[in-house]
Design a protein around this ligand. Structure first.
Ligand SMILES: Nc1ncnc2c1ncn2[C@@H]1O[C@H](COP(=O)(O)OP(=O)(O)OP(=O)(O)O)[C@@H](O)[C@H]1O
Ligand SMILES: [Mg+2]
Length: 270
């Protein structure tokens, strides 16, 4: 359903600080694939997601979504089909708007904006149902401003908003990295539930190797702008953190010790 063909992306091309972020990345996603993406700092993980989302346009290669070439399609025209959640809980929601105002915007994602109509009771019912799944009591706080929520509650809401209108593709870029370990687990459980319930095709970048092994049916390891490992199903099941490190030591050029990998180890030890 998503076909990435030999994608190259260079920042500051021709300048002294030229940086090749993606060097010929190719892979195909099947419908319902839940792929975890790992790699060290600067490996090109976010750039890859940004190229898929249309934030960056690659200088060569192709990106095909459901038989349509979207390589040069602007980001706003992809937004109806591609949903994304970032690391920063403050990015996905509008703090000064209420929960239901945020949710109604998510429901209308990708549609032409007309005059804002009043929120219908049927929509409110849907929001309450979905929020109840989070088990955070948010279903009774539809009229509260989002700015009043904690980081974890806000990230859970962002995830719910991203999937309210089923996207063709869900992109998650370290969406639990800014949360404490317990809240991160809750948000991961919600992610797992949403992916399964709505059969979402998902690309999830994580700095956490255990998380990358636990979730999804496929794992991709990136290093220095390239894919150096791509395993699915039973091959992925057999992987361990040790084997991942071993593979990286043999094949990788950069360092797998991502700042956030180190930080999460430190946080878990405390
Ligand atoms: N907008 C940009 N402008 C210039 N250089 C960029 C930009 N985005 C990324 N880069 C560079 O491209 C390389 C790949 O960065 P990218 O953010 O994709 O890495 P990453 O794998 O997501 O790393 P991290 O784990 O630190 O998030 C890095 O050298 C980075 O500095
Ligand atoms: Mg990144």
């Amino acid at each position: 359903m998503l076909d990435i063909i030999d994608v190259h992306k260079t920042f500051f091309k021709g300048e002294v600080n030229e940086k090749k972020a993606l060097s010929g990345v190719s892979f195909k996603l099947e419908h319902g694939d839940f792929v975890t993406v790992i790699g060290g700092n600067g490996a090109g993980k976010s750039t890859l997601l940004n190229c898929v989302a249309g934030v960056h346009i690659p200088e060569s290669g192709k990106i095909i979504l459901e038989d349509q070439d979207i390589t040069n399609t602007p980001e706003y025209l992809r937004a109806g089909r591609i949903a994304r959640v970032f690391q920063d809980p403050l990015r996905g929601t509008a703090a000064s708007m209420t929960l239901e105002e945020n949710l109604v915007m998510a429901l209308k994602r990708g549609q032409k904006r007309g005059f804002r109509k009043a929120i219908k009771e049927k929509e409110r019912q849907l929001f309450r149902e979905r929020l109840a799944v989070l088990n955070l009591g948010l279903e009774n706080r539809l009229k509260d401003k989002v700015g009043l929520l904690s980081g974890g509650q806000r990230q859970a809401l962002t995830l719910l908003m991203a999937t309210l209108q089923k996207p063709k593709l869900l992109l998650l870029d370290e969406h639990t990295a800014a949360l404490d370990p317990q809240t991160a687990n809750k948000v991961m459980e919600l992610t797992q539930w949403l992916v399964k319930e709505f059969k979402l095709t998902t690309l999830m970048v994580t700095h956490n190797m255990e998380q990358a092994l636990k979730y999804g049916n496929r794992i991709i390891m990136m290093d220095d702008g390239s894919i150096i490992l791509d395993l699915r199903d039973d091959k992925k099941e057999k992987l361990t953190v040790g084997k991942l490190m071993e593979h990286f030591a043999k094949t990788g050029k950069g360092s797998l010790n991502n700042d956030r990998m180190l930080l999460s180890k430190w946080a878990n030890a405390c």
